[in-house]
Design a protein around this ligand. Structure first.
Ligand code: C2O
Length: 572
């Protein structure tokens, strides 16, 4: 019976697909992801890492705008698993979004789930990653979205394209690292290396042999699709002796501009054109930490790959090689470079930013400290002064449900899973970036969502706080792209900061780096029904509760409602 229903379901799906694809010339891409423990050697040691199809990074998905993806994920690992297609709008297909206990129950060990979704109106680079515990440390890969078949890029066609996936590697099991932090209440151990396409590169021990090579040749243009897939670290990225022309970010095009350095928070992507205009040789491309938090440990090391000219005299015969040229990188705390980079981002032309606003929201984002609960021994309260680390939005430290997803509870009207009282503004007004009274450092745990009517025009001010430490937080919203209309430092002041809004050509993204000790203002139209998590993309912060969920109700029209849940949606 069950298979009959799903057979009928999928044949309906196929029929609709055939009609639509005939109209739009779109393709269907079917993939299988087998997720399992695989021995991986890095930094002189071998660990069993959880990988997709035995690859680290996992497979690249390459599609055209308008195509449909059907990806069967089979969990052969020992942990619960979900996969998120980071930045894919998932219009009416929220069941395929992936965050554990937000849009689905996890795929249990031994089980599988098929994600089905269509790319609609997005071009550039996105990526996919696990969205359960810290599995995404090794479960991630690129999504390349070309223009519709036969359509050009809005820039001269590059001679080649390369994916540059920045990542982070622990010389340990990352799940053990986060479990240990949960036990002690202290900050989790920092990683042991940053990586490019899974490889730390020449500057780390035992890593030279496998350093990633990115090919180019004199006179060629290479389109680099740079992705920050690191768990907990915004990264600078630069290439020795070469300028980069930024043409897109988060699968939206940008007005091209030239730069020597990129900054990407975890979750963000940037497409750049690089021209082979230097003497044919070898040049390092390098990534290293941007660290804005005070007194917090971070990995002060540099990951490298090698940009190698095909005609370089060094590289034709094996064994002969010249040392690549090393670029200079900004200092780890160079916030000025971050600010000027963000200010350079503009949409290519005038865009339709909502000017009338129906929902004017103000969310504080930041860390916190929980007092040691009475039944916890001191070994479980190893945060500052015998506390446990926490984080929150508007003082709510987000707690995921554990026996059903928020989207299922919303769709089927199941009470008791969440409450809809996430506050539109901070419960207490204070000097957010000043010297905050200790009485305001402890957030309140809760599973609170904010409900939005279909089609409402939304503005959210994201305000960093200096609680524990100010920090640049990469805030990611699922299910939407938004315009970043302004950013600044200090406390957002509606009286004078509104005049700084760019309502003409602001950049469109899915993840915004909220300036350290500052704020960012985003706008979007809530035209995609579903339950959409908004969170800090530093996994250490989401672990501590820096998240909330926006529940967007169905509209009245047939195409304004969430699709019914798939038959194989995992059960809890
Ligand atoms: Cu890239 Cu909720 O994540």
């Amino acid at each position: 019976m069950e298979s009959l229903i799903s057979a009928r379901h999928s044949s309906v799906f196929l029929a609709i697909f055939l009609v639509l694809s005939a109209l739009a010339n779109a393709k269907l891409h079917e993939h299988e992801f087998v997720v399992q423990a695989t021995p991986v050697k890095r930094l002189c040691n071998t660990h069993n890492a959880i990988t997709v199809n035995g690859q680290l990074p996992g497979p690249t998905l390459e599609v055209n705008n308008g195509d449909t993806l059907v990806i069967k994920v089979t969990n052969k690992a020992q942990y619960n698993l979900t996969i998120h297609w980071h930045g894919v709008r998932q219009i009416r297909t929220g069941w395929a979004d992936g965050p554990e206990f937000v849009t689905q129950c996890p795929i249990r060990p031994g089980e599988s789930y098929t994600y089905r979704f269509t790319i609609q109106g997005q071009e550039g680079t996105l990526w996919w990653h696990a969205h359960s515990s810290w599995l995404r440390a090794t479960v991630y890969g690129a999504i390349i979205i070309h223009p519709r078949e036969g359509r050009p890029y809005p820039f001269p066609k590059p001679h080649r394209e390369s994916v540059v996936l920045l990542g982070e590697w622990w010389d340990a099991n990352p799940i053990d690292v986060v479990r240990e932090a949960d036990r002690t209440g202290a900050a989790p151990n920092i990683s042991d290396a940053f990586t490019i396409n899974g490889q730390p590169g020449d500057l780390y021990k035992c890593s030279s042999q496998d350093t990633t090579i990115v090919p180019i040749d004199f006179g060629e243009t290479n389109l680099l699709r740079v992705i920050n897939a690191a768990l907990n670290q915004p990264l600078f990225f630069t290439v020795a002796n070469h300028q980069m022309t930024v043409v897109g970010a988060d699968a939206s095009y940008l007005k091209p501009f030239t730069t020597k350095v990129l900054i990407l928070g975890p979750g963000q992507t940037t497409d750049v054109l690089i021209r082979g205009d230097q003497p044919p040789s070898r040049y390092y491309m390098a990534g290293r930490a941007y660290q804005s938090a005070q007194n917090a440990p971070f990995g002060n090391t540099t990951t490298t790959a090698i940009l190698q000219y095909k005609s370089a005299p060094c590289c034709s015969s094996k064994g002969v090689s010249i040392k690549p040229l090393m670029p200079s990188l900004p200092a780890y705390n160079d916030t000025n470079t971050v600010t000027s980079f963000s200010k350079s981002l503009r949409s290519p032309r005038k865009v339709e930013v909502p000017t009338e606003i129906d929902e004017n929201l103000f969310f504080t984002i930041g860390l916190g400290l929980n007092n040691c609960p009475p039944n916890f021994g001191s070994s479980r309260c190893q945060g500052p002064n015998g506390t446990r680390f926490a984080a929150s939005m508007n003082n709510v430290s987000f707690v995921l449900p554990n026996n059903i997803s928020i989207l299922q509870a919303h769709h089927h009207g199941i009470p008791g899973v969440f409450t809809s009282d996430f506050p539109a503004k901070p419960p207490v007004k204070f000097d957010y970036t000043g010297n905050v009274s200790r009485s305001l450092w402890q957030p309140v745990p809760g599973t609170k969502v904010y409900k939005l009517k279909f089609g409402s025009r939304v503005q959210i001010v994201l305000q960093d706080t200096s609680i524990v430490t100010p920090e640049n937080h990469p805030i990611h919203l699922h299910g939407y792209d938004f315009y970043i209309v302004a950013q600044g430092f200090g406390n957002f002041d509606p009286k004078k900061d509104t005049s700084k809004f760019n309502l003409v050509d602001p950049p469109m993204r899915n993840t915004v780096g909220v300036p350290v000790n500052g704020w960012a203002v985003i706008r979007f139209v809530a035209d995609n029904p579903g339950a959409w998590i908004m969170h800090c993309h530093l996994d250490v912060h989401i672990t501590w509760g820096l998240a909330t969920v926006l529940v967007v109700e169905d509209g009245l029209g047939e195409l304004e409602a969430l699709e019914p849940p798939p038959e194989d949606l995992p059960l809890c």
